[in-house]
Design a protein around this ligand. Structure first.
Ligand SMILES: Nc1ncnc2c1ncn2[C@@H]1O[C@H](COP(=O)(O)OP(=O)(O)OP(=O)(O)O)[C@@H](O)[C@H]1O
Length: 260
């Protein structure tokens, strides 16, 4: 599916725009990695993509149709969302949380079928969290909760997956596993938009990088074009060298921060 943002603007308060002139395109098979300092507007942009916030200007188009013109249930077929952190007020079991991803596929008042349960279990197995199935979602660790939310989005089987800092609570191994997973999902045809505070993540799985600063997209392009020492200094105000190293015939780019 194709996601297109056209000259998007949004303000929580009058005369204080948090998004300004945001124009971006992401195609099926691409991973757009959104970088930007704290408070730049990344979550606000994601909420606008999901139709949760109404832009004061511009449009979000999914396959050419305005996101706000889709009935909510139909939209849930197309758009999966992994929020930054989420604890529901009720003590749901982990399996129940993952099954919420199937809601759009279940008729009103019907209960999940054995097929829905199997899809939810398969999503959990893929993320190595099958053993958490009967645990109380509110009582598992932050990283485990993040994996459950990713499983919920996978169970939904959307065409477009939006992930807000999907690796923020994860240990080193799970970060790499999730990034690898995201890359594979895109290779299987999904359209992926994710935010990260780690520029190197874009080298691992991003086909495109967009940099947001004060609500504007200031750079967009391939990771190796956008993630440069000069740009990282401009975005984060720190000295970083982007080096290329070769291992077993493969070239990697790494960010080397100046910490002295
Ligand atoms: N509900 C709200 N009401 C008013 N202002 C808000 C609201 N939510 C966010 N903001 C403001 O909008 C701006 C953008 O916030 P947003 O959460 O989109 O940034 P972000 O790039 O996702 O930040 P972070 O990397 O820290 O998660 C910030 O200045 C923030 O204080």
């Amino acid at each position: 599916m194709k996601l297109k943002l056209q000259d998007l603007a949004f303000a929580y308060e009058k005369n204080n725009e948090v998004l300004r002139g945001v124009t971006l395109e992401v195609e099926s098979g691409e991973v757009l990695c959104l970088l930007g300092p704290n408070g730049a507007g990344k979550t606000t942009l994601f909420k606008s993509i999901l139709g949760l916030l109404k832009p004061s200007k511009g449009k979000v188009l999914i396959d050419g149709k305005d996101v706000r013109d889709y009935p909510r249930k139909e939209l849930a077929h197309y758009l999966g969302y992994v929020p930054q952190n989420h604890i529901p007020p009720f003590p749901f079991r982990v399996l129940e949380v993952v099954l919420m991803g199937r809601t759009a596929h279940i008729n009103n008042f019907a209960v999940p079928s054995t097929v829905d349960v199997e899809i939810a279990r398969e999503a959990m197995r893929r993320l190595n969290i099958g053993h958490l199935e009967n645990r109380n979602y509110a009582e598992i660790s932050g990283g485990e909760r993040q994996l459950v939310l990713i499983a919920r989005a996978l169970a939904q089987k959307p065409g477009i997956l939006v992930l807000d800092e999907p690796t923020s609570n994860l240990d080193f191994g799970n970060q790499l596993r999730i990034l690898r997973h995201i890359k594979r999902l895109a290779e299987s045809g999904l359209t992926v938009v994710m935010s990260s505070h780690f520029p190197e993540h874009a080298f691992y799985c991003g086909s495109k990088v967009a940099v947001m600063q004060k609500g504007r997209i200031i750079h967009v392009g391939r990771p190796e074009e956008v993630i440069t020492g000069q740009n990282l200094k401009e975005i984060y105000g720190v000295e970083v060298e982007v080096a290329e190293i070769e291992r077993k015939g493969i070239n990697y780019r790494v960010c080397i921060p100046s910490v002295v």
